[in-house]
Ligand binder design. Structure first.
Ligand code: PHE
Length: 345
């Protein structure tokens, strides 16, 4: 019996040494140490032993079991370590290999221009206001001194949704909404960037959807000279200190008097070239003193308060600033076009 136990130990330890993986090792454990294993089987013969021999044999059986379990434990550790090694070896990364460059996006040129204009006016104490793109006829036209049937509505062919609602044709309705919110109390000093829509056929200088930035200042004693000074600061900051501005009389129903502002042409410094159509001047924006009717309709006392407003198209500004010759480039998402502006971050 003693010999059989020793034999089992040697046999088991050999198998353990040869086990190739954890599963095989576990099988060995089950077969030798399990309740139905050979050791238990051998011990069934204990009955035939003398009272003296029995405890000795019991102790030996325990030794054999211990030897087998510690052999298994040891091997288990080895196999586990080997598995980790193999995994690490398989996942080795050569950090000296050159990387693959990732394409990064960058901001749209129009976003850059709009934020530049916003920053400039925020620096002069303006706040930014926004309004809905689906607008009421009232705010888009009526509150701006363009009653139904007014011939000047023809200047802006509109996308009507219902009788009452349309896609706004300019950002001026945000003026009307903001004034109304102020409930007749100044000062108001805002700029409003946003998308606008007109029934234009798209070509190099027209788009049925484009951007505008509107400015509005209302307070006591606001004069035309305040408007001119503000626009001068804007033009020089945006296009360069050497730019001159010129105001030409114009007409908008919501301003009186109304003007259009030109800046001296950067390309030819005012001498006349193809960009400025030989005039030396380039039209930039529309502006004027807020019409008393507009003030009154929004609840302001036009005897106490005066104001000025201006509106411009960021596309046009961006086209002049960066020499872009077709407004459609801003909307067709051609990466070759857009990539050129990554330096303007
Ligand atoms: N809303 C005018 C337009 O779209 C621009 C403008 C704004 C003119 C404010 C005067 C004052 O043409």
């Amino acid at each position: 019996m003693q010999e059989r136990l020793k034999e089992l130990q040697t046999e088991a330890l050999e198998k353990i040494a040869q086990a190739a993986d954890l599963k095989e090792l576990n099988d060995i454990r089950v077969s030798y140490l399990g309740k139905k294993g050979p050791i238990t089987e051998v011990l069934k013969g204990m009955g035939k032993l003398t009272a003296e021999e029995r405890p000795k044999m019991g102790a030996l059986a325990n030794e054999v079991r211990d030897a087998i379990s510690s052999g298994i434990e040891e091997k288990h550790k080895q196999l586990e370590a080997a598995a980790v090694e193999a995994k690490l070896a398989g996942e080795t990364i050569d950090v000296t290999l050159p990387g693959r460059p990732m394409k990064t996006g960058h901001r749209h040129p129009l976003t850059n221009v709009i934020e530049e204009i916003e920053d400039l006016f925020i620096g002069m104490g303006y706040t930014v206001e926004e309004g809905p793109e689906v607008e009421k006829d009232y705010y888009n036209f009526e509150a701006l001194n363009l009653p139904k049937g007014h011939p000047a509505r023809d200047m802006q062919d509109s996308f009507y949704i219902t009788e009452e609602f349309l896609l706004r044709t300019h950002t001026s309705p945000v003026q009307a909404r903001t004034m109304e919110k102020h409930k007749g109390k100044g000062p108001v000093k805002i700029i409003c960037p946003g998308k606008v829509y007109r029934r234009d056929n798209d070509d190099a200088t027209h788009s049925h959807q484009f951007m505008q930035i509107e400015g509005l200042v209302i307070d006591e004693n606001i004069r035309m000279t305040d408007l001119k000074g503000t626009l001068q600061v804007f033009a020089k900051k945006m296009f360069g200190e050497d730019r001159e501005i010129r105001l030409r009389p114009s007409f908008f129903p919501f301003t009186e008097p109304s003007v259009e502002m030109d800046i001296s042409c950067k390309i030819c410094s005012g001498k006349g070239c193809s960009v400025c159509k030989k005039t030396g001047w380039i039209e930039i924006l529309g502006a004027g003193m807020v019409h008393p009717n507009v003030l009154e309709m929004a609840g302001f006392d036009s005897k106490k308060y005066t104001g000025f407003a201006f509106g411009m198209g960021p596309e046009r500004i961006a086209m002049l600033k960066y020499g872009v010759d077709d407004i459609r480039h801003f909307y067709t998402n051609d990466v070759r076009f857009l990539q050129q502006f990554s330096i303007h971050e």
